[in-house]
Write a protein that binds this ligand. Sequence first.
Ligand code: ADP
Length: 487
Amino acid sequence: MHIDGAWLESCSGDYFESDNPFTGQPWALIPRGNRDDTNRAVQAAHKAFSSGEWPKLSASQRGALLRKLGDLLMTHAQELANIEVRDNGKLLAEMGAQLNYLPQWYYYYGGLADKIEGAVIPVDKPGNFNYTRHEPLGVVVAIVPWNSPLLLTAWKLAPALAAGNTIVIKPSEYTSASILEFMKVFEQAGFPPGVVNVVTGFGPDVGAPLVEHPLVAKVAFTGSKATGEKIYETGARGLKRVSLELGGKSPNIVFADADIDNAVKGAISGIFAATGQTCIAGSRLLVQESIHDEFVEKLVDFAKTAKMGDPMQLETQVGPVTNKPQYQKVLDYIGIAKDEGAETRLGGDKASRPECGDGWFVEPTIFTSVNNAMRIAQEEVFGPVLSVIPFKDEDDAVAIGNDVVYGLAAGVWTQDIRRAITMAERLQAGTVWVNTYRAVSYMSPFGGYKASGLGRENGQEMIRDYMQTKSVWISTAIDVPNPFVMR
Ligand code: ADP
């Protein structure tokens, strides 16, 4: 683990295994942290926030450190990618692109660091000068999931550091290796010790004590709705700020007037990219009745061409599921869908292709005859499983699209500009894509409506979520008035 600028074993000296999903075998040992480790890390972060070099740095100097970190990440992209592919099963092709893009978070928030300005307020009280300052919160805990460890860490780390906070990162127990490797790169950037710390281990042993710790000011979380709710509850007791990026069951909606070939590609990337293990997966494909059968046929033909296998091979298009419990969960949901009466149009089982070896592979799966009330349409599967649901018209598409607890994202495929604008307005989702899917940028706010979360990540505004505002009053009066004379 990395605490106060040093590499440490866990207090207990225990380790746990991390598996390679392509081989189904353990490949790394990770220190198993507990409450004592979290306390060490939070104390280190608190010390770095309150004393020493970090609080003395100007915002411009913090920005320069972030930009240096961005440059170093660019240089070390290949090692980081290799480790995340091994630990997570993500495609090397995807990781390569992601790691070339990821430094942008550090450049963008590095640039923003010294542009956070307070205001001079022309207050209504004569003889007073009033201004505001935007100050950091203190110790921020970043709890990240297994599906995109380095990227989702960057989403939290870059703005939190730009704002002047210190951080404790808790990686997922399934994918800690790339974040530990990241710390090797981080060390070279020149941040003072204790500004960023990493404690590895399991949710109840490490995540929960971090959220409970009285010296923690904010928890930035990406993960499941169930854990998010727990964190919100625990955080409430200490009046901590909490931002939550949770699950989704996003509708990807294809109208008859869409460019059909583009929509097929959009539907495929919406569900099979990253083996469906993304919170924004377009897992409900809503297709207008008049084109339903033709569309499904094209979709199945395209999905059939997906090459599965070793995620390290650049030609592989669909990799394994990241961990064994998730693999089992995806297969269970396939069983549930079949029992509910969904018709299997493609896949519907584990993959037994020779190129998949003993890895945790699930065949790209497409179900039709799904209605929105079924569990397969309501619950997040987080795997390569698509449910196709027919709809009649715009009102019907909106009603079905919004009829889930989640509201993370939605896609709309149409060539009618009026329809595009109206649908973007009516869909209850934090992101709406029209004639595209999965576009995300460091510049544009990302987050959930309804049960998909609280707060936003990315973009300029959200840096305020890592800051608090102070109002300063200075009297310009020569004499302090008599306090017993009311005015
Ligand atoms: P998933 O594993 O489905 O992505 P989780 O919400 O279980 O979703 O995990 C996301 C992150 O939250 C992981 O780093 C996990 O260890 C952590 N976590 C799990 N339980 C807790 C908890 N009670 N408190 C804080 N963090 C937790």
